[in-house]
Write a protein that binds this ligand. Structure first.
Ligand code: PMP
Length: 329
């Protein structure tokens, strides 16, 4: 950790880490891989600051809290068109026939997996031809194969599926570089970051190291196809318990948009009982089943089934849920 980031050894370490990213996601040669800071929230600003100047406008497909935040941030730097009707409660990806695009948008933005509500896109959204597609993959990065060539830009913080907080992995098509707004802060400027091979300033070296180790493990385990197979299996185990609980557990997300990563549900007949949910969390904690509390904005329970959670871990949760229902229904 004390190596100078200007040293040859450090350059080798960066190259090795980039190579595993490229290998796992089959990143085409005309894309740059950037290791940035500022988390997903930093990218909410970086995306418009770097990409909106072509027309001053952008399309946002808002399907949950994180894409909503991104759209609000982008509105500071240009005009934002909401592709789907605004809503307070997010329950899935609205039907494609209801989407309205701005033909002049510089890019179309969406969030592949809404971590708080548990809403995931299981296909790449169809958008007007020639308009770059931008995607926040913070909570399902490296959980399944991705056709990078369909995107102008992909980004995600590392702290869920690919390591620890501190590094944000950006993959950008080369032709989108070179057009930042003049006010773009230097450390959020993709063009400067790319020219400097992510070493414009001191990089978060430990977080990059962990990312490299995690991705090497993912590759050893079987890569993207295997991570997807496990994610489908794990989430199905929990959704099955919910769906077979006669309303004791409930998930209000439209079935085709249910997340494989974050299974969000309420405990108690009639859509949730806070006392029972408290008891659920306490009993689960006694069995070593931790971090199951839903985001404060939606309440309830959230089982996050990131790559590090095994099928056995998930089975333990499923068994616990079955027993808890028997004891409390
Ligand atoms: N996007 C998504 C999908 C997220 O889940 C999060 C954080 N949980 C963010 C963006 C914000 O990331 P950060 O906390 O790194 O700013």
């Amino acid at each position: 950790m004390e190596l100078s980031h200007r040293s040859k050894d450090f350059a080798k370490f960066m190259d090795k880490t980039e190579a595993v990213v490229r290998d796992l996601l089959c990143v085409p040669d005309n894309y740059r891989v950037l290791f940035m800071q500022g988390g997903g929230s930093g990218q909410f600003a970086a995306v418009p600051l770097n990409l909106i100047s072509r027309t001053g406008k952008a399309d946002y497909i808002v399907t949950g809290s994180w894409s909503s935040k991104a759209a609000k941030e982008a509105a500071k730097y240009g005009k934002v068109n909401y592709v789907v009707a605004k809503t307070e409660r997010y329950t899935g990806v609205p039907d494609r026939s209801s989407w309205t695009f701005d033909p002049d948008a510089s890019y179309v933005y969406y969030c592949a997996n809404e971590t708080i509500e548990g809403v995931e896109f299981h296909d790449v959204p169809e958008v007007p031809k020639g308009v770059p597609l931008v995607c926040d993959m913070s909570s399902n990065y490296f959980s399944k194969p991705v056709d990078v060539s369909k995107y102008g830009l992909i980004y995600g913080g590392a702290q869920k599926n690919i390591g620890c907080a501190g590094v944000t992995l950006v993959i950008i098509r080369e032709d989108l570089l070179g057009k930042p707004q003049p006010i773009c802060p230097t450390i959020l400027d993709y063009t400067i970051m790319s020219k400097n091979k992510s070493l414009y300033n001191t990089p978060p070296s430990f977080a990059i190291h962990v990312l490299g180790e995690v991705l090497a493990w993912v590759k050893k385990e079987g890569g993207m196809a295997e991570m997807e197979r496990r994610s489908v299996q794990k989430s199905k185990m929990i959704y099955t318990i919910i769906d077979n609980s006669s309303g004791f557990y409930s998930n209000n997300i439209q079935p085709r948009s249910r997340s494989y990563m974050n299974v969000v549900f309420r405990v108690g007949e009639g859509g949730g009982n806070e006392e029972l949910e408290k008891k659920f969390l306490e009993k689960a904690a006694h069995q070593g089943l931790l971090s199951l509390k839903g985001h404060r904005s939606v309440g309830g329970i959230r089982a996050s089934l990131y790559n590090a959670i095994t099928i056995d871990d998930t089975q333990r949760l499923a068994n616990f849920m079955k027993n808890f229902r028997e004891e409390n229904k």
